[in-house]
Design a protein around this ligand. Structure first.
Ligand code: NI
Length: 195
């Protein structure tokens, strides 16, 4: 089932997500619905707050990035198979130089800006079977993880822009929260006028 994606301005996007355990109701269905919702919107990641649940769960399928000819063969192979569910994820360490990448977000359609983030991260998480994993990610895999991880911390990529950039997109963000946008997928707008 495709779920409506919560738009910029909804308070749920600002909540710090709660940890979940195996007892979380209908988790399997929630993950399946989130996956369908992500693919329908052609996203490479989707976090639970974006469908209205402030819990520490997000999905990533970065395989579309594997088509980028400019990447090294090794990075392409990593991205091709980077399709996972992350539960109760933590960033243990971030290292390396900051680099810019043009980010977008399904909750903020039609806005893309360069965001600086560190290159390498070490993470801990549980998969959909609640098996624990620890690993190190770099490049685009790290980038997508950092973006989704921010969602479960109540942070959006637009928070990381310069104050000038923030001023320049302010009106656009207001319009998104009012529903004055056609994203091409189902959304829920916090400040839409009732008809
Ligand atoms: Ni996002």
């Amino acid at each position: 089932m495709i779920l409506p994606i919560v738009a910029y301005g909804d308070p749920v996007l600002r909540k710090v997500g709660k940890e979940i355990d195996k007892e979380y109701p209908q988790l399997e269905k929630l993950i399946a619905d989130m996956r369908e919702t992500m693919y329908n919107a052609q996203g490479v990641g989707l976090a639970a707050p974006q469908i209205g649940k402030a819990i520490r769960l997000f999905l990533i399928d970065a395989s579309p990035f594997a088509d980028d000819e400019e990447l090294e063969e090794e990075d392409r192979n990593v991205l091709k198979n980077f399709n996972r569910v992350f539960i109760n994820a933590k960033i243990v360490e971030e290292e390396g130089d900051e680099w810019a990448f043009n980010e977008g977000c399904l909750s903020i359609p039609d806005v893309r800006e360069d965001v600086f983030r560190q290159e390498i991260i070490t993470i801990e998480y549980q998969d959909e079977n609640f098996e624990k994993h620890t690993e190190t990610l770099s490049g685009l895999a790290a980038r997508v993880f950092q973006h989704e991880y921010d969602h479960i911390e109540g942070v959006l990529f637009t928070d990381k822009l310069s104050s000038l950039k923030k001023r320049l997109i302010k009106k656009k963000l207001e319009n998104i929260s009012k529903g004055k946008i056609d994203a091409g997928y189902r959304m829920r707008f916090p400040n839409a006028k009732r008809k």
